[in-house]
Design a protein around this ligand. Sequence first.
Ligand SMILES: N[C@@H](CCC(=O)N[C@@H](CS)C(=O)NCC(=O)O)C(=O)O
Length: 214
Amino acid sequence: MTTTEEAPVLYGAAWSVYVRIARLALEEKHITYDLVEVDVFTETGVPPEHLNRHPFGRIPAFEHGNFHLYETGAIVRYIDDAFPGCKLQPIEPKARAKVNQIVGIMDAYAYRTLVWDIYVERVVSAREGRLANEQKIAAAIPRAAVCLSELTRLSDDRGFLIGDSVTLADLYAAPIFACFMQADESTLLMNGHKKLTDWWQRFAARGSMCRTGA
Ligand SMILES: N[C@@H](CCC(=O)N[C@@H](CS)C(=O)NCC(=O)O)C(=O)O
């Protein structure tokens, strides 16, 4: 039997956007957990023991006693439902649907565009001493603009993206913004998005963000 007192274990790497989303959920609910480092980019590929936890070879994977999960969306909702503490999903159906809509946008569109196409090409490539793929960045700009204008349109102005307390929408958006805002392209793209800029400045200073910074 699994009790909430058993410390959950997260398998993954501290640099990972998705691992950080799951860590933020644990941190916001003040749950003690262990982070076990897994490198999925070794020369020999994903470690075999990790493929047992996550057959698709991604991170994070999650363990709570004898209960095993992968897919960040399932992990954070389990964390929210199974543990006491603040609720990360609104009860009111329309607010809950909007939180899930933002989570879906972050997952399906923003992660690839803002992290891989802009942040990795502009910031990580420079750090690694390789040339940025300017074509990839240029193609990502209009998609990034849609991500940001949709976030602005869908979010309200009560301190968090949706409502007056932290939700999964913030937890999905923040690790993606932490990467994207390091790229020069963010300055121009965030122009005219004051509500988002203010949200990011407030959210980036939260204890959970400081404790999970790579
Ligand atoms: N759908 C997965 C996505 C997780 C994901 O893509 N994680 C990245 C790290 S942020 C990863 O494992 N990348 C390894 C790879 O692409 O091979 C989830 O929601 O957990």
